[in-house]
Design a protein around this ligand. Sequence first.
Ligand code: HEC
Length: 146
Amino acid sequence: MKLAFNLLVIALFFVGCNKQTEEKKATKETEKSSKFQMYQMSEMAALMEQMYAYNTQLKERIIAKDSLDSYPVAFDKLHTAILTDASDRDAFFNEQAYKFIAAQKKIYQEPSNAKENFNKMVNQCLECHSKKCGGPIPRIKKLLIP
Ligand code: HEC
């Protein structure tokens, strides 16, 4: 299976940081598609959606005890990608970015412990999101392997 980033998934699941109601979203979605327009996502938001899509696939591989490939270097862009709100890149963000990347890398370094390390990585997503961008938290929690 290819761990390619799936743009379609990204488009379908777009929510953003705010907590829009499903109803409002549906209306917006209709308005948008009728004009063939795409949301202007920041580079960081697009990267986040890639991280989400990639880790959804990685979760399936871990559950299936499949081989895990290696750390996606594109995730290093966490340190440089342009944010919707530039002031979000503060000391807390930078510290969390390092901790998250270390947690993601550990999954491939220690395949025998993949499930625990995967869940630790998801908790690193959540740790940053607890302060930075609350909206996607329910979605991110779904990544956890029970
Ligand atoms: C270092 C902090 C940090 C970490 C770690 C982090 N995020 Fe984010 N995330 C953010 C910020 C800040 C935004 C808002 C980005 C923007 O709008 O430019 C965001 C946005 C998002 C979004 C919404 C993107 C959109 O469509 O607008 C999703 C989904 C998301 N993150 C999922 C994840 C997942 C899954 C992980 C772990 C695999 C993760 N995040 C790790 C800080 C973080």
